[in-house]
Design a protein around this ligand. Structure first.
Ligand SMILES: Cc1cc2nc3c(=O)[nH]c(=O)nc-3n(C[C@H](O)[C@H](O)[C@H](O)COP(=O)(O)OP(=O)(O)OC[C@H]3O[C@@H](n4cnc5c(N)ncnc54)[C@H](O)[C@@H]3O)c2cc1C
Ligand SMILES: Cc1cc2nc3c(=O)[nH]c(=O)nc-3n(C[C@H](O)[C@H](O)[C@H](O)COP(=O)(O)O)c2cc1C
Length: 798
């Protein structure tokens, strides 16, 4: 290392560093900075005594340990020697114990960890000051750098809240962090039902004598049991009784006597916009660890994040040189590097946390233990089906068998079970061969509403591509119901015959089913084909003229641009309902297997459901129940015209993504209403109701809506949106988050998406069209070769 201005460590140049808070972040940063340059003057100030700390054990993953080994092998070695290591996860649920392996955790007592770090700090010459409560960063006027590692309730973060802009969300569950002397050989989750709701315990051994025992429940369950009035001893007695079968006489213990009141906490999720500043003394102050971000214990990564923050800061000093003048650059780089990594982890932790928040109401009573276990293991949505296979092949294969046995699959048991994606699904008299649906996609290529050769080739190719069902694009019951002049219809027999040709072709040349999606564009009609300006009204001159548009209430979809729709009169409502029915009758004659009613995306029926677009003051506006009245009327009329033995689904926007619009909780009520009217399945899309929407995109981003509706409304669902690989489909179906997965854009890129994905995961028992079979084996062996050459995947932490 040199002390030149080009970077590197500047031996001899002294930096004065003060860490406020001697948790994992402060201590690890302190020892690494001293190690980087022994002439650095490093002090860690901690309000507690050296052996006085809250909590019991913390868990790490193997990856964190490797990182620590690179930066300070001594502490890593000591920590490793003190570890409890385990691979298995046990679920205790409804009188069963289900075990799955390969999860690779290590646990260590928090006290032990801190003592190792403290001792290492002392050996390296870091000054440790205990029993000193710091009131302000400005007490250290000569410090170059002040590390605010003062934990989740950081005083320093609060002091500079205007700059750091913390966003703190207090979560609804209550938890108490206890310990016990009973030792467990697996990370154990124990779920117990009471008369007021479910409790869960997260249990893991962290040394030879002690186990962490965190008990958690929703606020309403906690209140119903009067735990808000219970002191620590009463809370412990309550938990001992609740988990008596598990504890078998062992006692629960607290070491949080310093907390006043009940010691049941709410988790606070902390995110900060800015991580550092320069204070009035000219010292730089930087947030680290829980002070700047928190990750819920459901994912067990808070300590990992704190340690990795420290590592990153030191890495930046190593790159830029540890001189006071480099501090601003170092801090800027530190924030940039850590912000993204932290958000990624916080997102995963958020999913896992939410799972535990809702599991009592959403999963515990609904799912059987096997599926409950799968849902729990994949709760963060970072662990996928194939990842579970890597961890514990035997358990996953057992689960696949269990899952397949709950489907109408007919095959010899000796063949083993197919992955969940390739199990059949039956609704009314229709059985889909697998769980993949080609999502409806407008092609804007019909002439006078008649689907032509283009549609035959487009839909035919996708029917040959392996999906269980192809849903044709939104098809309109009248010319005015079209989105664009290129949209197909079913308002005359010529269109019906054209559809029949396609349906017959699909039935004659594939084993896929084909569905029609009937919808009316409402205020989003009379617009250009997507490639000429999506949602824009037809041009004033040339081509087809604009036609008048209707919706629940007067509306202009693109402000200042779209035509203004008018509110439907009752006469118009009658006419449109009858047109839906007539289109349905033609769909029957065309031979479709399935009918989907389009009530999503701001189109006519959706415009009645959303309060953003329905401002009527008659019986079709107002409460959700009233807003649903007309869509339900149309649904019932269509259902009556659609054969009893054929299924009917409804596509909804389960979230408007706009304040004051439809929420996922409303969507559950919408689903219940359609279910009561005879719907078999809800296709859970979202958005496109208002241009003000702010959507949080991400892989499988709408799947939580399908999951929630499936469990809470008790109806089959389709998940759709950014589902792009077999692993996604398998995880969604296996966890019971949906019954089918609709895949749209990937099918534009590759009509044979399902066949390709099957080959990718090595599932060979899919039928290819006989004309294409020579390509099957070649594709399978190409993917197998690619997989063999790729580095072995590393399982991610739960
Ligand atoms: C129930 C529960 C279970 C958890 N399980 C895990 C797990 O399994 N794995 C995991 O990695 N993480 C876990 N965590 C999170 C983990 O404990 C924290 O993320 C981690 O300790 C953060 O380290 P830190 O150094 O930033 O903060 P802390 O560990 O909170 O340390 C902050 C320190 O600053 C001190 N301090 C605060 N203010 C002052 C002041 N004004 N003056 C002087 N000293 C001050 C405090 O006394 C404390 O020692 C869990 C947390 C909870 C609540
Ligand atoms: C070109 C295109 C046209 C679409 N047309 C329709 C449609 O007619 N009806 C409908 O309900 N959704 C339609 N959608 C939405 C898709 O069905 C699907 O919900 C959306 O694209 C998200 O899925 P994906 O991430 O797999 O693409 C369309 C999407 C695309 C890309």
């Amino acid at each position: 290392m040199t002390g030149t201005s080009t970077g590197g460590t500047s031996r001899g140049k002294r930096m004065k560093i003060v860490c406020i808070g001697g948790g994992p972040a402060g201590l690890y940063l302190g020892l690494l900075m001293k190690k980087l340059n022994p002439s650095n003057d490093v002090t860690v100030v901690e309000r507690n005594k050296p052996y006085d700390t809250f909590g019991w054990g913390v868990v790490f993953s193997d990856a964190t340990m490797e990182n620590m080994a690179r930066w300070d092998s001594e502490t890593c070695k000591e920590i490793r020697e003190s570890f409890s290591h385990w691979d298995d996860i046990d679920l205790l649920f409804k009188g069963r114990c289900i075990r799955s392996g390969g999860h690779g955790f290590v646990g260590i007592g928090r006290k032990k960890l801190l003592n190792i770090l403290q001792a290492r700090c002392e050996r390296l010459g870091v000054k440790l000051v205990f029993e000193c409560e710091v009131s302000s960063d400005e007490d250290y006027s000569d410090a170059d750098l002040i590390i605010a590692s003062d934990g989740i309730n950081s005083r320093i973060r609060e002091k500079y809240a205007a700059t750091f802009k913390p966003d703190i969300v207090v979560r609804p569950n209550r938890f108490i962090w206890l310990g016990t002397r009973k030792l467990y050989d697996a990370f154990t989750f124990d779920f117990q039902r009471t008369q007021h709701g479910w409790f869960q315990a997260h249990i893991y051994k962290f040394d030879k004598e002690t186990t962490t025992f965190i008990v958690e429940c929703p606020e309403h369950v906690w209140l119903a049991h009067g735990l808000d009035k219970a002191d620590q001893d009463q809370s412990i007695a309550f938990c001992e009784k609740l988990f008596a079968d598990n504890l078998q006489g062992a006692k629960l213990m607290t070491n949080a006597r310093h907390l006043r009141g009940s010691a049941w906490l709410n988790f606070q999720r902390v995110v900060c916009e800015q991580w550092w500043l320069k204070n009035r003394n000219g010292s730089h102050v930087v947030l680290m660890g829980d002070a700047v971000h928190t990750a819920h214990f459901a994912i067990g990564s808070g300590t990992k994040l704190a340690i990795e923050d420290a590592i990153e800061l030191v890495r930046q000093f190593k790159i830029h040189g540890d001189k006071p003048e480099n501090i601003p650059d170092v801090l800027a780089q530190y924030q940039e590097a850590r912000r993204i990594e932290t958000l990624r982890l916080q997102n995963a932790a958020w999913n896992a946390m939410e799972w535990f928040e809702v599991c009592g109401d959403r999963y515990c009573d609904q799912l059987e233990p096997e599926q409950f276990m799968y849902s729990m293991l994949t709760r963060s949505q970072r662990i996928s089906h194939e990842n579970l296979r890597l961890r514990d092949k035997g358990w996953l294969e057992g689960y696949e068998k269990w899952f397949a046995a709950h489907t109408p699959l007919e095959r010899a048991p000796s063949l083993g079970a197919p992955p969940p994606m390739f199990t059949p699904f039956k609704l009314r008299s229709v059985t889909l061969k697998n769980r993949v649906v080609v999502s409806p996609m407008a092609q804007y290529s019909a002439v006078d509403g008649i689907p032509g050769d283009y549609h035959l080739v487009h839909l035919g190719a996708r029917a040959m591509g392996g999906a269980g069902m192809v849903v044709a694009e939104m098809t309109c019951p009248s010319p005015e119901a079209r989105i664009t002049p290129g949209c197909p219809g079913l308002w005359n027999d010529e269109q019906m015959q054209a559809w029949k040709r396609i349906v017959d072709w699909v039935h004659g040349n594939s084993d896929a089913k084909i569905a029609v999606q009937i919808g009316h564009s409402g205020a989003k009609g009379s617009t250009r084909r997507a490639w000429d300006g999506i949602d824009k009204p037809l041009p004033e001159s040339g081509g087809e003229p604009n036609w008048p548009i209707v919706s629940a209430s007067p509306q202009q979809y693109l402000e200042g641009e779209s035509q203004l729709s008018h509110a439907m009169t009752r006469d118009e409502m009658d006419r449109v309902r009858d047109e839906f029915v007539a289109a349905t009758r033609r769909a029957v004659r065309a031979g479709f297997d399935w009918l989907e009613l389009h009530c999503a995306h701001g189109y006519l029926l959706s415009s009645f459901i959303s309060p953003l677009t329905n401002r009527r003051d008659d019986e079709y506006g107002g409460t959700l129940q009233s807003r649903l009245r007309y869509p339900l009327e149309v649904f019932r009329a269509v259902r009556a015209a659609w054969p009893d033995h054929l299924p009917m689904s409804v596509r909804i926007s389960a979230h408007d993504w706009v304040e004051g619009g439809i929420t996922p909780a409303d969507a559950v009520e919408v689903a219940k209403a359609f279910k009561a009217a005879g719907a078999d399945l809800i296709d859970c899309s979202s958005g496109q109701v208002s241009k003000k929407e702010k959507i949080t995109f991400g892989r499988m981003f709408q799947t939580p809506f399908a999951d929630r509706i499936r469990q809470e409304a008790g109806i089959a669902t389709i998940a759709v949106g950014a589902i792009s690989e077999a692993d996604h489909v398998n995880s969604i179906i296996a966890a019971g988050r949906a019954d089918l997965c609709a895949v749209a854009r990937p099918h534009l890129a590759n009509p044979a998406w399902t066949l390709t994905e099957a080959a990718k995961i090595g599932f060979t028992e899919v039928n290819w069209p006989q004309q294409y079979r020579p390509a099957k084996v070649q594709m399978q062996s190409n993917f197998a070769r690619e997989k063999a050459m790729a580095a072995p995947p590393v399982p991610e932490k739960v």
